[in-house]
Design a protein around this ligand. Sequence first.
Ligand code: HEM
Length: 502
Amino acid sequence: MWALELLPHSLTSTSLLVALLGLLLAYLLSSTLSKQDGRAPPGPRPLPLLGNLLQLDLKEPHRSLLELSKKYGPVFTVHMGPQRVVVLAGFKAVKEALVTNAEVFGERSRPMIAEMIGHNNGVLFSNGDSWREMRRFALSNLRDFGMGKKSCEDKIREECCHLVEVFQSFKGEPFDSTQPVNYAVSNIICSLVYGSRFQYDDPDFTSLVDRTNRIIQLIGSPSIQIFNNFPWLGPLIRQKNFLMRSFQANKQQNLRLFARLQETLNPQMCRGFVDSFMVRKQHLQESGTKSHFHDDNLLITVLNLFAAGTDTTATTLRWALLFMAKYPRMQDQVQGEISSVIGGRQVQLEDRRNLPFTDAVIHETQRLANILPLALPHRTSQDVTFQGHFISKGTTVFPLLMSVLYDENEWEEPRRFHPAHFLDKNGKFVKRDAFMPFSAGRRVCLGESLAKMELFVFFTTLLQHFRFSPPAGLSAEDLDLTPRMGLTLNPSAHQLCATACM
Ligand code: HEM
């Protein structure tokens, strides 16, 4: 259906001929390759040019791939149009690839849209020396500015006060938490990156966050997936042009922010990541050293941190609130625990070890919400024989994180919200190996420690202050848990009531 919608009504005879020749070439190429590649991972037979696209639901590709894994096993091949992809399914295969063979499976495959946006800059979609330097610099800098430390905890606690005020302003009436939660979470990464937080009514800030949110939704949409596989269809895909315009607007806004920071830069007192980057760049330029510390890398790394640091954590928090409204008895248990351990004082990170049930609920939210079901695409750095299958250098690999988080061999109740997955028989918190929402290995999430701290402090503070319930006239059963597809899996549009507890 999508293919028909995208084709122009008046295809010229030349373009038809070119298309037919392309089909023939692709078919000949794919049959030659499959003959050569006897030991390649199995998979459904591809059609010329389209590959297996007709067998995949592009609105929910992770579900189609999970289905295919039942037939073809933990390592299989699918053709996304002309592109061959190896899919890894289940805890054992994903761990063996990403952890045991971290170097081989640790490169990033860059879809066409990411290529157009950032080339080999930034952290998310880069490789080689540039990636290594940007990742190392971002990690050590975010740590210097508080990631995983007490100073960051204080920033999160301060932000909680602002968020609680917004929730209170609805006076128990139903509201959509998307924007306030996004703004609160975004402010934490803003403090680390730019050195300051923003007001929730600052239009420069809100437009940046809202646009980033739309970009992330669009990047996972079927039309952008089609563009990634058939870039020559670009001019016909409206969303691609919209996405590029939004991205340009975010770039311009960041350049204005950088200019203001540059004017007031004091190398002895860096306020955040941007300041430190500028200082490092200046030193290297003065010493005449050629390096990856240039303006494009600054811009794309900041945009990466902003996007990855906002959407993921905010989406997870909103899932957690939705689960609490859906399962009121679990909410009772969380609130009982918080009230007996913390009472009315401010939440601290140290409280986590005395709140095993609350901690288990947060982990179970991350497991079931499964917000990045395919992780981000990886790529092999060399030829490899993996579980008896030959995978050539440069092959795109999808670690199907959903198949790990829902692995029937690892979880007692894979499809149910079941916090007991993370509790022993005495009610103590237990870690689980197959808990992999941040992925693993060389490309493991750079912000894992920050995200964990944010999730705990925001969630616990919100549950300390509010009772979450469906709007009047709806029951908990009416709340819909079907995700809205994008690059991350969000809850579908919904409203909740937040009634003050104290
Ligand atoms: C609940 C919150 C979060 C989840 C579930 C999450 C999950 C992930 C996943 C699955 C990946 C891909 C790993 C792979 O390719 O194998 C990733 C990468 C990344 N994440 Fe997160 N993330 C979260 C929060 C954050 C935060 C707060 C930051 C900001 C500092 C961040 C920054 C990044 C970056 C920069 C990468 C790219 C790493 C690389 O390619 O080297 N993430 N994240």
